[in-house]
Design a protein around this ligand. Structure first.
Ligand SMILES: Cc1cc2nc3c(=O)[nH]c(=O)nc-3n(C[C@H](O)[C@H](O)[C@H](O)COP(=O)(O)OP(=O)(O)OC[C@H]3O[C@@H](n4cnc5c(N)ncnc54)[C@H](O)[C@@H]3O)c2cc1C
Length: 445
């Protein structure tokens, strides 16, 4: 069976790997020159099975209003004349209640656990080296009320089998001494089983291994259209970015894994999914004092920013901005957000990194990426109602965490098997197509 995988981010490459492992003939198409050059390029590096709470919770609407005019706000909604943005926003508000939050957490934990196991299997099978640190993830608080709320969240995660512990300030410093000098910390939480590593390095190395296994890569190709006939996908029209040459690619199955751009592509064939870009930023700083830098990947609750050590650098990333497909770093808002990352890390870990801005002689690597966000934070993994057309997109804040598992699950579904997880796959909801209501999988519902 021949499968076209559209998109060479962590999701597309992981899908290609698992399909190739199951004996499929695979072709990957992407507009970039290599894998992982868009959203999978410089994220916060966390494999965060336990810190997976969606942004939509009962406190989010009030926070959104409060933060609307602050350029350094962790979550920023800037209204535009864009129906998709408004519709997404309304659906997001619909998820801001306790019942939806808990349902979404359950799904995200299920996919996270499945994916973590899949990642470990891929690493064991390939030996890929990607600055992996199996040192857990910590979350620190500088405000007592936020810490108390954090303890409630930890309780909810424990209910779903995640071992997130509430730790005192001193316990946190024992886990990660690098924060000892930051006096504002009041306490934290910690999950030993989480980990971190560079998503770009992992994805590019896995792409190379895919190629060595016979996966074909068509880089530098714009995917322009999905063409259908008789309710099934017939071909994918691509255009070479250098030569302008147009080609039609055909296959038995087509997987759309184009991150935020999956939504407009799928809408061409009547598959309308609420995936909207959630712009985020990262800064990668050279370590000046490696001995003072954290090994435990950590979330700073006050500014909702995560930091991960990647070799001799520290990656700091976060914030989300719902304002369309603008991926520029060259705006006042983008500059303010990048400066915030540098200023914050200097405050939390004084003197540890070279946080000087370029104008002051520093060389920070600032980056922005568009998270493929859904109102629930849950990705769409499964089949569409167009024959032969599959989707693996909408991974939002957790695409690196869920990457290996999403790829494996997609390959299982295409191969006609039910993935071993309690996650609800798109197009296979109980009582609808795919599962027969007793949880059994049927290929021809
Ligand atoms: C600041 C930030 C921090 C983050 N931190 C974390 C973290 O710590 N842990 C975590 O789990 N996740 C994190 N994420 C989320 C994670 O990075 C994303 O969910 C993930 O990278 C999405 O992968 P993807 O393969 O779906 O998309 P992408 O990596 O964007 O891949 C999609 C590919 O499709 C291609 N494409 C799209 N449209 C077309 C077209 N028309 N023609 C040709 N090619 C096309 C693109 O070139 C791209 O290569 C973070 C994201 C951001 C922005």
């Amino acid at each position: 069976m021949k499968t076209l995988v559209l998109g060479a981010g962590i999701i597309g490459i992981s899908t290609a790997w698992h399909l190739a492992e199951r004996g499929h003939e695979v072709v990957v198409v992407d507009r970039q020159r290599d894998a992982a050059l868009e959203t999978s390029f410089a994220n916060a590096a966390q494999i965060s099975v336990s810190y997976c709470e969606p942004w939509a919770n009962r406190h989010a609407p009030a926070k959104l209003l409060k933060w609307m005019f602050r350029n350094d706000a962790p979550l920023l909604f800037r209204p535009r004349a864009d129906w998709q943005q408004w519709r997404w926003g309304l659906q997001f508000l619909g998820q801001c209640n306790d019942a939806a939050f808990e349902r979404n957490v359950q799904q995200l934990v299920a996919l996270g656990a499945y994916s973590h196991a899949a990642l470990k299997d891929v690493v064991a099978a390939t030996g890929i080296d990607y600055h992996r640190l199996e040192r857990g993830i910590a979350h620190f608080y500088t405000d007592q009320k936020a810490f108390d709320d954090g303890a409630v969240a930890a309780g909810l995660m424990q209910k779903y089998g995640v071992d997130r512990k509430v730790v005192s300030r001193e316990e946190l410093f024992a886990i990660e001494p690098a924060f000892r000098n930051f006096a504002d910390i009041v306490g934290g939480t910690f999950t030993a089983s989480d980990e971190s590593g560079d998503a770009r390095v992992f994805t590019q190395k896995l792409a190379q291994l895919c190629a060595a296994r016979g996966v074909q890569f068509r880089f530098g190709q714009d995917i322009e259209r999905l063409e259908t006939a008789g309710g099934a996908v017939q071909a994918v029209r691509i255009r070479d970015r250098d030569t302008g040459i147009v080609q039609q690619l055909k296959a038995d199955d087509v997987v759309v894994a184009c991150g935020s751009y999956s939504a407009p592509l799928l809408r061409q064939v009547g598959v309308d999914l609420p995936i909207y870009p959630g712009k985020g930023y990262s800064a990668t700083f050279k370590l000046k004092q490696p001995a003072g830098a954290p090994f435990v990947s950590t979330i700073d609750d006050e500014v909702k920013v995560a930091m991960s050590r990647l070799g001799d650098e520290l990656r700091v990333a976060g914030t989300i901005e719902l304002s369309g497909y603008d991926a520029t770093l060259d705006s006042q808002l983008a500059r303010d957000r990048c400066r915030m990352l540098a200023a914050r890390i200097e405050k939390v870990l004084p003197g540890v990194c070279d946080t000087r801005l370029p104008e002051a002689g520093g060389d920070p690597k600032f980056w922005t990426g568009l998270r493929p966000a859904t109102p629930t934070n849950i990705p769409y993994i499964g089949r569409t109602r167009v024959g032969g057309l599959w989707v693996n997109a909408g991974h939002g804040t957790l695409g690196w965490t869920h990457g290996a598992g999403s790829g494996k699950a997609m390959a299982e579904l295409i191969s006609g098997r039910k993935p071993r997880t309690a996650f609800d796959f798109y197009g296979y909801e109980k009582g609808r197509r795919g599962f027969d209501g007793k949880g059994e999988f049927s290929l021809n519902p």
